[in-house]
Write a protein that binds this ligand. Structure first.
Ligand code: COD
Ligand code: ATP
Length: 208
């Protein structure tokens, strides 16, 4: 089975695009959602986060105090590196276990930080969702009811879109000029065909 990564800068629309693949029957793993779940449910990770960021990192009911953590990590790159070094390896392990449980010609792994972390070594190909920066800022301000500076703080912790586009195997333009659904359908057909070919090669020579 092929594991296809899908990434893009904050507000590019990767979750929206991943949902279209999901409607086509493709299993989608969200690294962001999984990270949030593991940060609450994995006892080792919870104690590491408490040890480093203090008990205020969690509310009394055990849920994550995201505002508290995001105020720390998006203002200080060393603190963000610590958080990432705790959360990302656990998320990669979880996604690999998830992929082994799926039976589909290919699956999607959605991650905001595919190229910034080890994630991209664990997928076969990467789709980058692209949108102009000003549009991405407006979308996130509206979606999360936050100000421009809060969006910029996250954006500046991510790789430039231009670099992601150079590294991409496939690009989907979600710039409200080009239609997204036809781009997804055409890529879906190609990925199914690639998976079919990979399956044929596997059965004829016994190697993946
Ligand atoms: C820091 C946290 C608590 C902030 O939560 P908050 O609700 O304010 O933001 P949310 O999670 O919705 O993230 C919004 C967007 O910020 C960006 N972002 C999130 N985490 C990071 C990060 N570690 N580095 C850079 N950008 C990030 C992404 O584009 C993301 O989609 C949360 O993002 C978190 O737990 N991050 C660590 C897990 C992680 O790295 N997730 C990203 C991909 S696996
Ligand atoms: N083509 C589009 N037209 C209008 N709105 C869009 C379009 N694509 C995405 N959006 C909206 O923009 C916002 C950001 O999209 P989405 O959440 O999919 O981005 P994302 O890349 O997953 O962001 P993040 O990195 O913050 O998780 C959402 O509110 C979504 O509904």
């Amino acid at each position: 089975m092929q594991i296809i990564g899908i990434t893009g800068g904050i507000g590019s629309g990767k979750t929206t695009v991943a949902k279209i693949f999901s409607l086509l029957g493709i299993p989608v793993y969200s690294a962001d959602d999984a990270a949030k779940e593991i940060m609450v449910n994995d006892p080792l990770l919870v104690s590491q986060i408490r040890d480093h960021f203090g008990d205020a990192a969690y509310f009394e009911d055990g849920t994550l105090n995201r505002k508290y953590i995001s105020n720390i990590v998006f203002a200080d790159k060393e603190q963000l590196a610590v958080l990432n070094s705790l959360v990302h390896p656990a998320t990669i392990r979880d996604s690999e276990a998830w992929a082994r449980r799926q039976s589909s010609p290919y699956v999607l792994k959605e991650a905001a930080l595919m190229y910034e972390t080890e994630s991209f070594h664990h997928v076969d190909k990467v789709i980058v969702v692209s949108a102009p920066q000003a549009m991405r800022i407006q979308r996130v301000m509206k979606r999360d009811s936050v100000d421009r500076n809060a969006v910029l703080a996250r954006m500046h912790k991510q790789l430039d879109e231009a670099i992601k586009l150079k590294l991409a195997d496939y690009i989907i333009y979600n710039d409200e000029q080009q239609m997204v659904i036809p781009q997804v359908l055409s890529l879906h057909r190609k990925l199914l065909e690639d998976a079919r070919q990979a399956g044929k090669n596997f059965s004829s020579d016994g190697q993946a």
